[in-house]
Design a binder for this molecule. Structure first.
Ligand SMILES: NC(=O)c1ccc[n+]([C@@H]2O[C@H](COP(=O)([O-])OP(=O)(O)OC[C@H]3O[C@@H](n4cnc5c(N)ncnc54)[C@H](OP(=O)(O)O)[C@@H]3O)[C@@H](O)[C@H]2O)c1
Length: 214
């Protein structure tokens, strides 16, 4: 697949690198320096290059939106028309000091994003694990008992692409339902952050859902 990375920081930089290592064609975009984007592309050791947000979105099978909530409008503006595009978002609607969600209960960041980009196939994914675990999970790529990663969205084709990318980085995708379920997955992301950064386990923390049958 061709995946455009809109926001090449902790999340976008790591996930883009792993998508490239898994064989996808990746365009890194949206950082404060072009040098950083070029370095990421070089270090990815796969089919990766640096580009503008518009170039990242052009002809992409999916884009990954990975910016602070305050930068969403700017990156969308720079990316251009995402109508009809599979838009994976790991962005959380955090306040400026990253202490809490600015929206919730009756909506979610993912749903608000879907309103901003009409007809985009928005899938909420990747935000329920700290970025620090991605390389470890990819390296392990366990066959059994893989860590889970929940995702949700309203478009079946978009969700299929998300599930493939989730598997490619070593997680077991768990379909949590329609996009409105992001109202619950976004707070789950805060819980994971709390456990990862304030708890004793450190940021190398993933999770696994297990079904118990009687
Ligand atoms: N980090 C996590 O573990 C984690 C976990 C779950 C969800 N999330 C969510 O994922 C999203 C991304 O988080 P992150 O930790 O990856 O953030 P980040 O490291 O700050 O990355 C954001 C990217 O946006 C770029 N950027 C910021 N301001 C810019 C500007 N004015 N012009 C151009 N580029 C600019 C940054 O550039 P530079 O690279 O130059 O700084 C960086 O590449 C957030 O919504 C966050 O809530 C993060």
């Amino acid at each position: 697949m061709r995946v455009g990375i809109l926001g090449s920081g902790l999340m976008g930089g790591k996930l883009g690198t792993l998508f490239a290592r898994a064989g996808h064609e990746v365009v890194f975009s949206y950082a404060r320096s072009t040098e950083k984007l070029k370095r990421l592309a070089g270090d990815a050791k796969g089919k990766a290059r640096a580009g503008t947000p518009q170039e990242a979105a052009q002809d992409a099978d999916a884009v990954l939106l990975a910016v602070h909530w305050l930068r969403i409008d700017d990156v969308l503006h720079q990316a251009g028309n995402l109508s009809g595009m599979v838009t994976l978002t790991c962005s959380l609607p955090m306040d400026a000091v990253n202490t809490g969600l600015v929206i919730g209960r009756t909506t979610s960041g993912a749903e608000e994003l879907a309103k901003k980009v009409p007809k985009a196939k928005v899938v909420c994914a990747f935000n329920t694990v700290p970025s620090e675990v991605f390389f470890g999970v990819y390296t392990a790529r366990r066959r059994a008992n893989r860590p889970s990663l929940v995702y949700c969205g309203d478009h079946a084709g978009g969700k299929a692409i998300a599930a493939e990318l989730i598997r490619d980085v070593g997680f077991e995708p768990v379909d949590a339902g329609p996009l409105r379920i992001a109202r619950y997955t976004e707070p789950l992301a805060l819980l994971m952050g709390q456990l990862a950064y304030e708890g004793t386990g450190g940021p190398e923390l993933a999770y696994r859902f297990q079904r118990f049958r009687s």
